[in-house]
Design a protein around this ligand. Structure first.
Ligand SMILES: Cc1cc2nc3c(=O)[nH]c(=O)nc-3n(C[C@H](O)[C@H](O)[C@H](O)COP(=O)(O)O)c2cc1C
Length: 199
């Protein structure tokens, strides 16, 4: 069965290494995953005043998240945390209260950095945020990418066999995780509890 996966890139830079990584992941994903970007560039800064009458970019964001079977976050680390554009998108998607678009969506977090620890601290922050949003997360493998420009082509070609194998494996494990989460939340299963009972 095919699954629609929305991915969010946490960088707005035109030469983003995380966008290169996203292209590589799209190339290496198993056939059963249909990956589509959920854009975050045009979102205004989150403001509670606008929750009830949001601009179209916000409504489209929420629809795209809700219409996805799973979500993948591909993001840099900024000052040891989540980049503001990505956190802003998450804040919009989580609101209004009781209409959290992320609830129960199987998620994966991966990121590339020019530094040695490959976005590990950002990913730890993301896990805390996604836990609060009731979004199940792929725990293993973890994917901390210390970006080597010579390894990637412009269109996401991966020139190093070991890196290609790792990224392919990551996407296969993510697919298996999405299937596990979706099958455990089928109607009638114990996992299908009343979402309102959480709050
Ligand atoms: C504001 C800012 C903060 C950064 N903070 C970190 C950091 O905490 N850890 C890290 O490994 N790299 C950090 N970097 C370097 C990024 O890894 C590097 O700029 C990378 O290319 C960003 O990803 P992108 O190309 O997808 O935008 C920072 C860069 C910027 C612009």
């Amino acid at each position: 069965m095919s699954h629609r996966i929305g991915y969010l890139v946490g960088s707005l830079s035109s030469d983003s290494i995380n966008r290169v990584l996203a292209k590589a992941l799209v190339r290496l994903a198993p056939e059963g995953l249909e990956l589509t970007e959920i854009p975050i560039r045009d979102l205004p800064l989150y403001n509670r005043d606008d929750e009830q009458n949001p601009v179209p970019a916000v409504s489209e964001l929420k629809q795209s998240i809700e219409g996805s079977d799973g979500l993948l976050f591909i993001s840099p680390e900024y000052n040891r945390s989540i980049p503001a554009p990505l956190k802003n998108a998450i804040d919009w998607g989580s609101r209004p209260w009781g209409q959290n678009s992320f609830a129960r969506k199987p998620t994966g977090i991966i990121g590339a950095s020019t530094g040695a620890i490959g976005t590990a601290v950002m990913q730890a922050s993301m896990r805390s945020v996604l836990s609060f949003l009731d979004a199940p997360q792929l725990n293993a493998p973890e994917a901390y990418i210390s970006f080597k420009p010579e390894v990637y082509g412009e269109n996401g070609e991966v020139k190093d066999a070991g890196t290609e194998k790792f990224l392919r494996h990551y996407m296969e494990e993510y697919e298996a995780f999405v299937e596990r989460v979706l099958s455990s939340t089928l109607p009638g299963h114990m996992g299908d509890s009343d979402p309102d009972s959480m709050h």
